[in-house]
Write a protein that binds this ligand. Structure first.
Ligand SMILES: Nc1ncnc2c1ncn2[C@@H]1O[C@H](COP(=O)(O)OP(=O)(O)OP(=O)(O)O)[C@@H](O)[C@H]1O
Length: 411
């Protein structure tokens, strides 16, 4: 693993011990240096923690993550039960009556028993339709949801992930880029280095870190270009997004969370951003990102997929299995007004995948038994490439659709 955030005086482990520091040692170190309030992040020079530096495999595991919020909902009180004036026997959570309607709270489950894992060297992508819970899951993993309301377990290498440690070893990249328009790319990253790296780290080391990062982000040609804004021409949208990521990862975090890092970018810029994330992962970080509409090419950069629908997992695994699923479940794209497509849907014109919030139980059921589908009595093979497939929709009606394997095999 490359050098991580600079700590000159981390205690060395004993000569006989394995080369990698334990999480306990990391946490102990975090406690020891907590007196320095100059920066929220600190650089941990992993290689300095032992005589024989060896890469430390990191595994972030999460199990049964469940998160629900209380949302107000209205319902009317029938006149026969007392209508507007009925004061008694209201539900425990009822609020003030408004025009014959009561406001009560109901629980809305945003994440339902989500489990999975992410490893260093890999990108875990959270996919799903808008509102499926992608950002909520990233927030939950990044400790941005209050502990009391989130149920489940998150561990790093088997140990509970303490929020103090997480703060030091992670970075969260938001969708909005907050950058100074008149600074160049290099100045922006240098500013981030001054702000985020420890004061004790020399200027020379900070400059070296910035130069290494510029190369890692593929921004060498834009290093002297200003960020720009509406009134001043500056870097492109994709470059700007990479600068923004660079500013957040200046301390070389072990865990990197990104909420829709490709949103608003054309497919080439989006691809380059994810390519940079792949490079970051390959230097020993765990990258967890959400993505709404990945292009087919971009899917090839992802190592693990967690596909959500209405807060539930409908697919978790390697993208390698996706073509198989696509061939099975490709929705017909000819003249259908209502899509009962299972998942995902590929738009030929934009060449992007999109998803629909189908009932998770239905999708899971189908994904769990893909082999059973062609032998179902309602499925008839028309010719070697086309299946006439009928399946029960959410409303328990049979829908017939035609899936041509040949036309969709190579999107
Ligand atoms: N505080 C809240 N109260 C009620 N509902 C909420 C709250 N926060 C989020 N939600 C709902 O939870 C669902 C998941 O939201 P989330 O932002 O995680 O979705 P998403 O998959 O990231 O969507 P998008 O791709 O549009 O960003 C949405 O339906 C959203 O409206």
């Amino acid at each position: 693993m490359s050098a991580r955030i600079g700590v000159e005086d981390i205690p060395e482990t004993s000569g006989l011990a394995p080369a990698s520091p334990t999480l306990g040692e990391l946490l102990k170190y975090v406690n020891e240096v907590n007196g320095d309030e100059t920066t929220g992040h600190r650089v941990l020079e992993m290689n300095q923690m032992s005589n024989e530096p060896q890469p430390l495999p990191f595994v972030l595991a999460f199990s049964n993550l469940t998160y629900s919020v209380k949302v107000p909902s209205k319902f009317g009180i029938p006149a026969v039960l007392g209508g507007r004036n009925r004061p008694a026997a209201l539900p425990a959570m009822a609020a003030e009556p408004v025009g014959g309607e009561k406001l009560v709270s109901r629980s809305k489950i945003l994440l339902n028993e989500i489990s999975g894992q992410a490893r260093d060297g890999e990108i875990l992508a959270v996919l799903g339709a808008s509102g499926s819970g992608k950002s909520t899951l990233i927030d939950a993993l990044a400790n941005r949801i209050s502990k009391g309301s989130l149920k489940g377990n998150i561990t790093l290498n088997g140990d509970q992930l303490e929020s103090r440690l997480l703060k030091v070893i992670s970075a969260y990249v938001m969708q909005d880029d907050l950058l100074f328009p008149m600074l160049t790319v290099e100045e922006t990253l240098m500013y981030a280095a001054e702000f985020r790296l420890p004061r004790s780290l020399s200027k020379t080391k900070k400059k070296l870190r910035v130069q290494a990062l510029i190369d890692q982000l593929g921004l060498r040609n834009a290093a002297k270009t200003i960020i720009g804004d509406e009134g001043h021409r500056g870097v492109s949208g994709g470059e700007r997004r990479r600068v923004s990521i660079g500013a957040d990862i200046i301390h070389d975090p072990i865990l990197l969370f990104l909420d829709e890092p490709t949103s608003g970018l054309d497919s080439t810029s989006a691809y380059m951003v994810v390519k940079v994330l792949q490079r970051i992962a390959q230097t020993g970080s765990i990258v967890i990102m959400s993505v709404h509409q990945p292009s087919y090419r971009l899917l090839g950069l992802l190592d693990r997929l967690l596909f959500l629908s209405r807060g539930q997992t409908v697919y978790s695994g390697s993208p390698a299995n996706l073509p198989f699923l696509l061939r099975r479940f490709w929705p017909s794209n000819s003249g259908e007004r209502k899509s009962y497509g299972i998942c995902p849907r590929f738009d030929q014109r934009s060449r992007r995948f999109s998803w629909r919030n189908k009932k998770p139980s239905r999708i899971q059921q189908i994904l769990a038994t893909p082999e059973a589908i062609p032998t179902h009595p309602n499925h008839r093979q028309r010719n070697s490439d086309t299946w006439l497939i009928a399946y029960r929709s959410d409303k328990c009606e049979y829908i017939t659709r035609q899936i041509s394997l040949r036309s969709h095999q190579r999107p």
